[in-house]
Write a protein that binds this ligand. Structure first.
Ligand code: PRP
Length: 219
């Protein structure tokens, strides 16, 4: 088909498994098996739409700069990186979890600056600044839950889903900073240039999300 194409950036891995059924219900079914392919760009049953597969943290970047017109990104990454350059018109209501602070079970607040370990430094900075609490940020890229027991930090800021990871590491949840789920984001310039195509996809996805969310509420 001639005319403008729409590129939608998706997160590979676990979230893709939840995203693909929604896209398929919206008529955007990939023409080949995405999950077992080394390719990164895929045609779909909707000739105007192509899917681009990448690491979750890169989705907002691709959409911000317009290399992808739309994307599906976790709210955690949107909050951390900011939403400059794109709109966030739809909550897909999948991959739901919470951004939380967690502290050791036997936590005693000390009088000094709280040492907070996280990979979400901007989220943590903003949250504690709004509470008027001075902190020392310790940026880690993984194994955060170990930081308190090894004396590296007093608290962590991380994603909590079932709560098993923090519990297994002797931590308890403390404050909820934000509810997280996957969101549809749209490049601002693309929204102007490819309005009809983008609106068509958004309308379909909105319908699918309503049905899917109602189904989930029933079970
Ligand atoms: C997230 C998060 C926790 C875990 C929480 O990691 O960093 O480690 O999930 O889940 P739970 O509350 O159900 O135990 P994820 O598996 O997404 O991988 P990551 O470490 O790459 O972020």
């Amino acid at each position: 088909m001639n005319g403008p194409k729409l590129i939608i950036a998706l997160t590979k891995g676990r979230i893709l498994q939840e995203t693909l059924p929604l896209l398929t219900m919206a008529g955007i079914e990939p023409l080949e098996d995405i999950t077992n392919s080394r390719k990164l760009l895929f045609d779909t049953r909707e000739p105007a739409v192509r899917l681009l597969i990448m690491r979750g943290s890169d989705v907002p970047t691709y959409v911000r700069f317009g290399s992808a017109d739309m994307g599906i990104a976790g709210k955690d990454l949107i909050l951390e990186g900011g939403s400059e350059g794109f709109y966030e018109p739809l909550d897909l209501n999948i991959a739901r979890c919470k951004m939380m602070t967690a502290v050791p079970k036997l936590y005693r607040p000390s009088s000094g600056r709280l040492r907070v370990a996280t990979k979400f430094t901007n989220i943590a900075k903003k949250f504690f600044a709004e509470r008027g609490q001075q902190i020392e940020l310790i940026k880690l890229s993984g194994a955060l839950e170990l930081a308190p027991s090894l004396g590296l930090a007093d608290a962590i800021v991380d994603i909590v889903d079932t709560g098993k990871t923090i519990k297994a590491n002797g931590l308890v949840p403390q404050y909820t900073i934000a509810d997280i789920s996957s969101r549809v984001i749209v490049n601002k310039a693309a929204m102007k240039i490819k309005t009809a195509l983008i609106q068509k996809v958004l309308v379909k996805l909105r319908e699918v999300v309503e049905i899917h969310s109602a189904d989930k509420a029933e079970h």
